[in-house]
Write a protein that binds this ligand. Sequence first.
Ligand code: F3S
Length: 399
Amino acid sequence: MNLTEEEQAILAGDSGPAAQKAMQILEMLGRIYGAKQMIPINSVQIAGVSYANLGEAGLDWLSEMADGGGKTQVLTTLNPAGMDVENYRALGISEDFAENQRRVLKAFETMGVVTTCSCTPYLFGNLPRFGEHIAWAESSAVCYANAVLGARTNREGGPSALAAALTGRTPAYGYHLDENRHPTLHVQVEADIQDNPDFGALGKVIGDRIQSDSSGRVPYITGIPNASLENLKSFCASIATYGGVALFHIPGITPEVDRYDPPAEGFRVSQRDLADARANLTSASAGEVDFVSLGCPHLSLREIQRVAALLEGKRVTKEFWITTSRPVKGIADRMGYTAIIEAAGAKFATDTCCVVAPIEGRFYALATDSAKACYYAHAKNHFETRLLDYEAVIQEALE
Ligand code: F3S
């Protein structure tokens, strides 16, 4: 790799041991993927924040980087932690876990990472512009940044995202380069796609197909006339989970699509495919649900507004988590939505989510509108699942 003089100096240790370690990681990654140089980046999103996933080994690594003088060089935000930093007791999180999670957040804070603890940083201040190079982890946010915003990032892991944050650089390969952003297959959607569960199921259908026939991972998708921000964040989460997709193009919706023609190869998605995917994500019957959650990815203000309208004057009968970022919850507080939702007995699980919180064994079956949450609830926490429309999820909590 051709490193600039400044990059060589960082590699030699002139900026301290943490920056040196970070540059070593990036240089090694660059060599593995055939990058010719580093490129400057303007923002970072770090994943791998929950102590449940990091453990002591992960915390040791973070402490080493913090003690080694690591300081972020660009705006750097953080994925959900394993608990609501302020309200963890109400969610049943132990004091031991809370103490360890606080040590993780302290290490990030020492390095200048903004401890936002959300997978939707683009909803409150970390919003890259079209064409901007960034280094993000969190697969749903990566997909949203590449496809919906037209920014450029690979799917970073925790260490490579932190390394990019501490140096302000990333190796120039993958989705940073024009030649890797071309669509590789044409997906013709012939199903009626309405709300988030439909978009999630569509992400599963396309993702499963891409995983099974390795026909490339940049779909050009036709047959979707409209999609809201919330639909797109749901779709990004699902297609990234089931297919490892980090970029797609949709005519009339995503910003780079006019540069390309639809590829000749591809497949169709029928109404039946969609119904099968939805059925596949529903393993529990209505009577078995004992846990309800909305907010994977974290809820937008509009979604919280909708929850408040549907819960006003009612009372939930099951554990019901509303997961969102703290900045969005702050606006919900001011608007009175939080008071309505909490009066109904639902709980805000801010800074965290039903996947990264340590809740394995506490519940039997989860009801949600998120295909991604269904996947991880089953794979990580061994819950049964019910994928439902937004209003049906709330109804499930009330019954
Ligand atoms: Fe976000 Fe947790 Fe879902 S990190 S995308 S709410 S699994």
